[in-house]
Every structure is written in structure tokens, then in C-alpha cells.
Design a protein around this ligand. Structure first.
Ligand SMILES: *[C@@H]1O[C@H](CO)[C@@H](O)[C@H](O)[C@H]1NC(C)=O
Ligand SMILES: *[C@@H]1O[C@H](CO)[C@@H](O)[C@H](O)[C@H]1NC(C)=O
Length: 298
């Protein structure tokens, strides 16, 4: 919950040099501070399969042949910057899925998904993303990651304002979903969302379409998390304020579209790492979905 004004006041006060937060034209989301898991999140199920380290600043989700586990944010948010540092299941992770997503409740829900599909040792992980608006999804994209996501923590994040939703991997935009309500496509504009994450067994579909099964002799499967700070508008506190063009940093002009450098990086990801893109799947969508053109996705 910082705005430029308070950041600059803080800088003056501390006589510090937050050069990385200073006002530049490039609109890379801000770095977050460290807070314990329990400040913002609670377990969703099987809380005994979550382990805590460093005073709760770092956690591990465990999946074994009995159960997986998951957690979610205590509050619901309407717009903001949502991020998580995740180190994915190492070694033989085939059949497992680790997910990090935003979702609202109800039938016509909105959802913004990262899903990491495990694989055999040494084989690449695949990142699947999807966007649901007003209950309609079917907007899958799949990419290879350009690094080994099991070796170190990497940052997976979403910047959501009333203009667009941007997915980032380590601050590199990998996908955008613009508000095209004026063209008749629903956008996530009104429903507050919670953050969710989970690790579970999905060997009926996750790896090579379900051909590769989970090897339970390798259990427990472990995914590690840190970075539990949430920089977003808490809709339980000020729902109406969240919907207006407030002074929150993610509403400012430089966050309403990508800049040229960010578009170049987005195109680099599309060109080099795309495995599947619903925008170019003519069998499923003989008529190209409207948002694909606007998003320069195809
Ligand atoms: C689960 O794993 C444990 C430890 O490897 C094993 O003893 C047990 O038989 C397994 N249970 C099932 C239902 O596969
Ligand atoms: C797993 O690795 C194989 C072999 O490299 C690859 O074909 C496959 O796409 C990878 N990912 C998934 C999710 O199946």
C-alpha cells in the first residue's frame, strides 16, 4: 500500500537512495518487502503438509501419496500487484502441478492463472497460463521457461488494473490481457479476487497429457515459497475506492500499457518459447478471439 508520495517522503526521511523505485519511464513493477506468510495467507487444506522456515518468511508445500496442500490470501483484492517467489519441485516432478492464481467467487468468476506442469528429471517444466472473465476461460497459453525453475527462486507476478492484466516472470512480461470491454469481451473489472496457491497430483493430465504418472517412490514432492507481501487494494476495506482511478501506483499512466522495451521482451517470449496459444488454434477457434488481436498475441 505505497504511493509515490509516501515513498518519496520516506526516502527524504531516511535520506536513502531508493534509486530502483525512483520515477522512471519504464514501468517495471516494484520490489516488495519481506513479511511472514501468516500476515497475509492461511492454509486452505491439509495444513500439516505446509512447513515453515525463517519465522514463516519461507514455506514449503509437500505432496505425498496421501495428499497435496494449498493456501490462500486472507483478504480479497481489487487491482494491484501480486507476486510470489517460487522454487518448483525438483527432480522427478512428473504428474505434479504447482499453481499460483487469482480468483473471485461465484459462477461468473474471474481468474488469472499460473500453472507449472511437472516433468521427469532433467526434462523441461511447462508454464500454462489462463484468464477467465465472467466465467469464460479457454484462453490457455503454454510456454517453456528459459531457466530451470527448480534450481532457484524466481518471481511470478501479475499486475492488474482496469486497463490490463500482465503476467510477469522475473519482471519479463510473458502475457497480457487488455481490457476490451468496448469490443464486447468481459474484463475482470469489478469482482475482488483472492490469491491461491497449491501443489497437487494431476497425473491424469499434467505431463504429456497424462501418459507420465507420478512416481510415488520420489515423494514427498516439495515446492518452496517466499515473498508474502501483497501490494494491492484490499476490497474488504475500501471496495469503492479500489474501483475508482485512485492514486495507487498501478493505476498510473505508465502501468496502463507496456512500454516499447516490454513489448519487445513479450514478443521474444512469444517467438522463442511458445508451445501452445489458443489465439492460433483454428480447430478450437475458427474465428480468432477478439482480444488476441488487441493483445498482439497472434
Ligand atoms: C504411501 O507411501 C508410503 C511411504 O512410501 C507407503 O508406505 C504407503 O504404502 C503408500 N500408500 C499408498 C496408498 O500408496
Ligand atoms: C516433459 O518433457 C518432455 C520431453 O522433453 C516434453 O516432450 C514435454 O513437453 C515436457 N512437459 C510436459 C508437461 O509434458
Amino acid at each position: 500500500m505505497v504511493d509515490y508520495g509516501s515513498v518519496h517522503r520516506l526516502c527524504l526521511l531516511l535520506v536513502c537512495c531508493f534509486s530502483s523505485i525512483s520515477m522512471t519511464t519504464s514501468a517495471t513493477p516494484k520490489k516488495a518487502m519481506t513479511v511472514p506468510f501468516s500476515n497475509n495467507y492461511i492454509p486452505t487444506w491439509s495444513s500439516d503438509h505446509i512447513k515453515y522456515f525463517n519465522g514463516g518468511n519461507e514455506i514449503q508445500l509437500n505432496l505425498d501419496n496421501f495428499t497435496g496442500t494449498g493456501f490462500h490470501s486472507k483478504e480479497s483484492y481489487l487491482f494491484g500487484y501480486f507476486h510470489m517467489h517460487i522454487k518448483l519441485v525438483a527432480g522427478d516432478s512428473a504428474g505434479t502441478v504447482t499453481a499460483f492464481y487469482l480468483s473471485s467467487n461465484g459462477n461468473e468468476h474471474d481468474e488469472v492463472d499460473f500453472e507449472f506442469l511437472g516433468n521427469r528429471t532433467g526434462e523441461p517444466y511447462i508454464l500454462q497460463t489462463n484468464v477467465f472473465t465472467g466465467g469464460v476461460g479457454n484462453r490457455e497459453q503454454r510456454i517453456y521457461l528459459w531457466f530451470d525453475p527448480t534450481a532457484n527462486y524466481h518471481t511470478y507476478s501479475v499486475l492488474w488494473n482496469s486497463y490490463l492484466i500482465t503476467f510477469f516472470v522475473d519482471d519479463i512480461p510473458i502475457r497480457i490481457f487488455k481490457n476490451t470491454e468496448n469490443l464486447g469481451v468481459k474484463f475482470a473489472s469489478e469482482q475482488p479476487m483472492k490469491l491461491y496457491s497449491s501443489l497437487w497430483n494431476a497425473d491424469d493430465w499434467a505431463t504429456r497429457g497424462g501418459l507420465e504418472k507420478t512416481d510415488w517412490s520420489k515423494a514427498p514432492f516439495v515446492a518452496s515459497y517466499k515473498g508474502f507481501y501483497i501490494d494491492a487494494c484490499d476490497a474488504t476495506l475500501d471496495d469503492e475506492y479500489c474501483e475508482t482511478e485512485g492514486k495507487k501506483w498501478w493505476n498510473q499512466k505508465e502501468y496502463r500499457d507496456l512500454d516499447a522495451a516490454q513489448y519487445r521482451r513479450l514478443m521474444w517470449v512469444h517467438r522463442k518459447f511458445t508451445i501452445y496459444n489458443y489465439c492460433t488454434d483454428k480447430a478450437r477457434f475458427p474465428k480468432k478471439p477478439i482480444e488476441c488481436k488487441v493483445n498482439k498475441d497472434a
